[in-house]
Design a protein around this ligand. Sequence first.
Ligand code: NAD
Ligand code: MG
Length: 402
Amino acid sequence: MTDRHPAGITILGATGSIGLSTLDVVARHSDRFRVAALTAHTDVDALARLCERFQPRFAVMADPLAAERLLTVLKVRAPDVEVLGGQEALAEVASLPDADYVMAAIVGSAGLLPTLAAAAGGKRVLLANKEALVMSGALFMQTVRDHHATLLPIDSEHNALLQCMPDNYSTGQAPRGVKSIMLTASGGPFRTTPMNRLAAVTPEQACAHPNWDMGRKISVDSATMMNKGLEVIEAGWLFDLPIDRIRVVLHPQSILHSLVEYQDGSVLAQLGNPDMRIPISHALGWPERIESGAQPLDLLAIGMLQFERPDLQRFPCLALAGQAWRAGGTAPAILNAANEVAVQAFLERRLAFTSIPRVIDYALEHCVVHEAGTLQAILEDDAQARDRAMRCITSGLGMTAS
Ligand code: NAD
Ligand code: MG
């Protein structure tokens, strides 16, 4: 290692799946990284344990009451850590002067404001929170440009695509010589489940992903393939490509994480075991390569890589995302908000799995789409979509098979 100063890192959503994987990598490189701040929503015990171990300067609980409890706990266990509470504190630690890097790993729209704050602070933004980019794409990319932030995707597919882009490529630019990009998708736990059984699947079944161990919301998104729909939109913003140059291919083994097709017929792909520490290490070390802790890839043990066309009847969410992306403006924010409401209702057993796309379709049909130039417009339409989606669920509107 060099004699460089360790980079300060804020981890938004430190107690989640991505947050913990990030800390696992950070712990392997204490000479390179120093934890500036850790945040969580309500899980005081989990954040307290992380604070004891990593001794950040700040710890934030998004929930103010949880912050009070954390303060009491840390007074004894980690008295040097300063405890903050509330949504504004998330944005504050995302733009700390001594945070060079910000891992944006809050799930859902709750991550929008702190992730934007990291971009406005000119940070190296490690973007896991795809919902933030889906909601605010144009505004977010403009903020990155205006403040000279460095935007590196953590989503395994987008990180793979970045690794396959031309030399000296930066996100937000249209890549030279690229004909199309292909996002791979595992197809989730219900890729081969008989269609007539899908209405009765449970949250536990939906969250049991065959290849990845993730938070509950993204697990359900993977099962409906809304995750891939959100990722198509994410890729459109990150790589400045129109939707007709972004393709989705099912690849059940999750070994090949996406492909870039060049004009000369070359196709570059990135492969690796399904372990998020690989893209996290890529973005933390970039442009250098650092140890991630992942197992080496054993192609002989895997034997075969399969590819299939996604079935849009089985996965209507994929088509809904394409529809929202084409509609433009706040339509992706409406799609995202309705999806968050529907997924939450499914996880709470108030909505059938197969009704998730119906709720989203209903919200897209019944919301007015606006220009997405301001944060206010985006947040208003996010609220509008939540309201429509909730009404659709509670009244049973749109629940009949169509
Ligand atoms: P998770 O549910 O495991 O963790 C979410 C984190 O966000 C937790 O630390 C939680 O405390 C925090 N959080 C939740 N609600 C919050 C709120 N209202 N305010 C503030 N903080 C809040 O989720 P995850 O699987 O780690 O996913 C995080 C993000 O990364 C998501 O946007 C997801 O789409 C993306 N992502 C995850 C994976 C993966 O493998 N898990 C892969 C690619 C992308
Ligand atoms: Mg992904």
